[in-house]
Design a protein around this ligand. Structure first.
Ligand code: UD1
Length: 336
């Protein structure tokens, strides 16, 4: 058992990871400013886990607050999610992204160093591989960025690598997510984007609930089996489990790692629409529109390193992802 600080622990991936860590026997303290999380997430986490949740409402840029948490909570390790994550918005507001994502990480690392806590799992993204079309991307693929968001993830990874290289007491886990989707099996927590979602699965979910009319498929002339974009979708509960394995490995071995968290399986936009239609019981309407600027044809993980280093293997299928998403969003509609 360890005591873990989870920054951004009320968000989409953070809340699922909270439950994974609690299930694995850890004690978890959440720090979240709730700018992109619902106020009722803590009480939902309490309902699911049957245990009271310790939640600090505040910002990862607030050094005094971090110092207080480390002084009060006897933290052994940190899982750091708190960050901004919309690629398009980052192009409009690069300074906000650099301030929150890079500044937040640096503030956290300084507070950790001062408190003598030197174990951290960092939320990174396949976006660090930039504009690549290679099949099944390995971790040693060169990093490059195509947006300020990508820049902040590469900068964060680089800072962590340098800290770990300079001082062997630091243990750093860098996790590069492919496309996290789906919701918790309880259907009490899930992704909840406001307005019109940018990402495919939340958009499809809103078509399934009737909030949006039809899916726009961004291009059908890619060099893929059916011409639509291919991605490596991973169930958020599998992803959450990857964080538990990463943290346990860091605490057991003290060895840092950087790994992909994906399934290694590519699904096209039409595959996802078909699977979601089956999950919700009706053929969801779509139309083919122009390609979205900046999209690449195919992004899938080479998942071998996560298996070798962490024993990680994604368990859930695309059907599981769609069914759990539908259970979550249809439950939300029913409760309105
Ligand atoms: C995006 C981000 C990535 C982030 C990930 C989170 C960009 C350029 N990349 O990846 O950094 O880590 O989300 O999950 O924004 N599509 C449609 N119609 C839609 C929406 C998407 O056809 O309404 C297609 C896209 O062209 C793509 C696939 O669906 O082929 C997946 O798109 P999306 O869910 O936005 O994820 P990514 O672009 O892979």
């Amino acid at each position: 058992m360890a005591r873990i600080l989870l920054t951004g622990g009320a968000g989409y991936i953070g809340s699922h990871t909270y439950l994974g860590l609690v299930e694995a026997g850890h004690e978890v303290v959440i720090l979240d400013n709730f700018t992109n999380a619902r106020d009722d997430v803590p009480e939902r986490l309490e309902r699911i886990s049957g245990r009271p949740a310790t939640v600090y409402r505040g910002d990862v840029l607030d050094r005094a607050l971090l110092d207080r948490i480390f002084a009060d909570q006897a933290i052994d390790g940190v899982v750091h999610f708190a960050a901004l994550k919309a690629v398009g918005e980052s192009v409009q507001k690069p300074l906000d992204y650099i301030h929150t994502n890079v500044g937040g990480l640096l503030t956290l690392l300084a507070a950790m160093e001062a408190a003598g806590v030197r174990c951290i799992v960092f939320s990174s993204s396949a976006t660090v591989y930039g504009d690549t079309d290679i099949q099944r991307i390995p971790e040693d693929h060169p990093r490059s960025h195509t947006s300020p968001y990508g820049y902040t993830k590469i900068t964060g990874e680089t800072a962590l690598e340098q800290v770990a290289a300079a001082d062997a007491r630091w243990a750093v886990g860098i996790l590069r997510y492919f496309n996290p989707v789906g919701a918790h099996r309880s259907a009490l927590i899930g992704e909840d984007p406001g307005d019109i979602p940018n990402n495919l699965m939340p958009y499809i979910a809103k078509v399934a609930t009737g909030e949006l009319r039809r899916i726009n498929v961004f291009g059908d002339d890619y060099n893929t089996p059916d011409g639509t974009g291919v991605r490596d979708y991973i169930h958020v509960e599998d992803l959450a489990h990857g964080h538990v394995l990463s943290l346990n490995a860091l605490m057991e071995t003290g060895e840092s790692h950087a790994v992909n968290l994906g399934t290694g399986i590519g699904s096209s936009v039409l595959d996802v629409i078909r699977a979601y239609s089956a999950a919700c019981g009706r053929d969801l309407p779509y139309r083919i529109v122009a390609r979205r600027q900046g999209d690449v044809s195919s992004v899938t993980a080479l998942p071998d390193k996560a298996r070798a280093v962490l024993g990680f293997e994604a368990q859930k299928t695309l059907d599981d992802m769609c069914r759990s998403s539908w259970a979550w969003v249809s439950g939300q509609i029913a409760n309105r």
